[in-house]
Ligand binder design. Structure first.
Ligand code: MSP
Length: 644
């Protein structure tokens, strides 16, 4: 029989600017993409999930300069940050594209050249209001002041009219083709309301688009004319084709292009629903199936953004709750197209009610009863009664409904339906009172059926939750004694009667922490953990760092400081010179642990007197829960060697 190839599903997130660390708004888009990717994989698709970073342009140049960094150094840091956040949130992307990688840059230049050759890009001159402070042309819609000038909305300075040579993209030529395309593909922009916005913008008339800059150095040079760099949006949008093999893996590109869905925030709709399809038409590539413009997460009714200083750091929640509660909350709270107001109160209340109570307790109770009444082994169930049958048939209906909700990007509706079912299973247990059945030996078969039914319902429900809460679903399957993780079962294969009688379930463990709202708010008010608090990082320059004289020191002698519980006095050799230092490490080390060791000491720190003892330097140590942990060098590293 001929093997049927799986349908392709290609989902993208916007590529994130590297001027700052991602916040909950960025996590939101990425989580939606992850949910869809995981669902489509279960549902038998070949999935490609692309995300990445947008690293060129003036915004990044400026942010790097403010931190005394080269743009690429800032980008490298942010990429690490982004990747570790995605890892901690359980994001299963297939490729992380950086716009500074060579094959992207070459792909963009090639596409630029192609349009230049076709005449869709031409050289001309651009006249506009230019702000010398921001080194930027003002947007056309910045209004004229009474004296006929324009004021830069970013810095408040007066702009001047400047004429510059630039390359234009012939956007005006695509006005009609775009309108025809929208009419033929009413689902291209979703939700529907956003399509209306796009159509009326295009109907208002399209002007050619300046797509190069001479004022921005940090960008991809125009092929053959390197005084010009390619406008960041032309560069960035093309990530969707360079990320899946355009110009480097034709088979991959053929398999996944056109994209199934570009997920974006509504603020960048015009770029994706007008400019991008026009570029694609010019490049003669087929157009994506859908651009989904989601709403914003607001705080106090304002869009969360770094410039407003109202961003929420996902790590505050991940540290306490793990990734799944945040994923759940963001997916559950609003339909993808709407705005949502984020508050820690709302988050904690929902997590306590839905996850700790409804789902967590259901799993806990069921496993505990299987353990107490059947020694942890899933019992062989007796024939079903009417109520048992309903739990099974309701599950079949739920499975179908959830399938169509996920398929229609209505993730919140899938979760709502799942919770109605969880409520029904909780009620089923309350009505059947297995704890009473357990007291009567004659009713043991009935007890077996009720607990089997609950276990089967939990298994099925957690499978349906897998796209949103992959770690929790895997944990629940493992607790139920399932031999394989959920993602090994396809959506079509999933059946209610999956659990095998005789299967050994594990002892219940708490799945979701129940968090006291007041305690959480108090904790959240404290400054974030240094390790994960890029937001509060004060950068120093390399020159400042160089001022520190860090050396390997050999500990010659170590003794306690009389009357000071925490202090140890060390005699150290820093390469021919002996010094005395005092260190607060006595809670973790005895003097004899330190004698003979090689440690790092900052030797040009101003001497200080600590508890009457002079300290001529300071050793370096990690401090965890107020306890020091000293890094030691191997014995062969010589005393006095510089640490830099
Ligand atoms: N680099 C461009 C995208 C280029 S895609 C070819 C960009 N980057 S961004 O980092 O500023 O924003 C990325 C995405 O995050 C956007 O879709 C934006 O809508 C989304 N969000 C930023 N703040 C948000 C909220 N407060 N809420 C929800 N999404 C938000 O734009």
């Amino acid at each position: 029989m001929e093997k049927k190839s799986k349908p392709a599903f290609y989902v993208t997130t916007p590529i994130y600017y590297v001027n700052d660390v991602p916040h909950i708004g960025h996590a939101y888009t990425t989580i939606i993409a992850d949910v869809l990717a995981r669902f489509k994989k279960l549902d038998g698709h070949d999935v490609f999930f692309l995300t990445g970073t947008d690293e060129h342009g003036q915004k990044i140049e400026k942010a790097a300069a403010e931190r005394n960094l080269k743009p690429i150094a800032l980008a490298d840091k942010m990429v690490e940050w982004c990747k570790s956040l995605w890892r901690d949130l359980g994001i299963s992307y297939d490729y992380f594209l950086r716009t500074t990688e060579l094959r992207h840059e070459q792909g963009v230049q090639k596409l630029f050249q192609r349009l230049l050759d076709k005449g869709d890009i031409y050289k001309g001159s651009y006249q506009g209001w230019y702000c010398t402070g921001e080194e930027n042309f003002l947007a056309d819609d910045v209004p004229l002041t009474d004296d006929g000038a324009k004021i830069c909305p970013d810095c408040g300075r007066k702009a001047t009219v400047v004429t510059e040579e630039t390359y234009f993209f012939r956007l005006s030529a695509y006005e009609r083709p775009l309108l025809d395309f929208y009419a033929a593909h009413p689902e291209f922009v979703r939700p529907q309301g956003r399509m209306n916005e796009v159509v009326s913008f295009v109907r208002g008339g399209l002007k050619d688009l300046s797509i190069t800059r001479t004022t921005v150095k940090w960008g991809i040079p125009v092929p053959g004319d390197p005084a010009h760099t390619i406008y960041v949006w032309f560069d960035a949008l093309n990530n969707y084709v360079t990320g899946i093999g355009y110009d480097w893996d034709p088979a991959l590109f053929a398999k996944f292009w056109p994209a199934t869905v570009h997920l974006i925030g509504k603020d960048i709709l015009r770029f994706h629903a007008v400019f991008w399809p026009a570029f694609l038409m010019a490049m003669e590539f087929p157009l994506p199936e859908c651009v989904f413009g989601h709403g914003w997460w607001l705080r106090d009714e304002a869009k969360m953004s770094k410039s407003k200083g109202n961003v929420l750091d996902p790590y505050i929640l991940i540290r306490t709750f793990g990734p799944d509660p945040l994923r759940y909350f963001l997916m559950r709270e609003i339909p993808i197209g709407n705005d949502g107001n984020f508050s820690h109160e709302g988050f904690v209340n929902r997590v306590n009610a839905d996850l700790a109570n409804d789902l967590g307790n259901l799993v806990h109770r069921t496993l505990t009863m299987i353990r107490s009444y059947f020694g942890g082994v899933l019992p062989d169930p007796a024939p079903e009664h009417e109520a048992d049958r309903k739990i099974r048939s309701d599950f079949a209906a739920l499975k179908d409904a959830v399938h169509s909700h996920y398929g229609a990007y209505a993730i919140n509706r899938a979760l709502e339906d799942i919770w109605v079912y969880i409520g029904a299973v909780n009620k089923y247990l309350a009505d059947n009172e297995p704890w009473k059945l357990a007291k009567d030996a004659a009713r043991r078969p009935r007890l077996a059926r009720v607990l089997y039914q609950a276990a089967a319902a939990i298994r099925g429900t957690s499978y349906l939750l897998y796209p949103v809460m992959p770690a929790s679903a895997a944990k629940i399957w493992d607790l139920l004694g399932e031999p394989e993780p959920p993602e090994r079962t396809s959506y079509a294969e999933l059946s209610f009667a999956g659990p095998k009688a005789g299967q050994a379930a594990k002892e219940a463990v708490p799945l979701f922490p129940r968090v006291d709202l007041k305690e959480f708010l108090a904790m959240e008010a404290k400054p974030a953990d240094q390790a994960k608090s890029e937001e509060h990082m004060d950068y120093i320059t390399y020159d400042e760092f160089k001022k520190m004289d860090l050396r390997v020191a050999h500990v010659l002698k170590a003794e306690r400081v009389e009357g000071a519980q925490k202090l140890i006095k060390l005699q150290i050799d820093i390469g021919g010179e002996t010094r005395q230092i005092v260190a607060g490490v006595a809670e973790t080390y005895k003097p004899e642990d330190l004698a003979g060791k090689k440690i790092v000491v900052i030797v040009n720190l101003k001497p200080a007197v600590i508890r009457g003892v002079e300290s001529q330097g300071m050793l370096l140590a990690a401090v965890v829960d107020d306890k020091a942990s000293i890094p030691f060098f191997d014995a062969h590293v010589p005393a006095g060697a510089k640490v830099k």
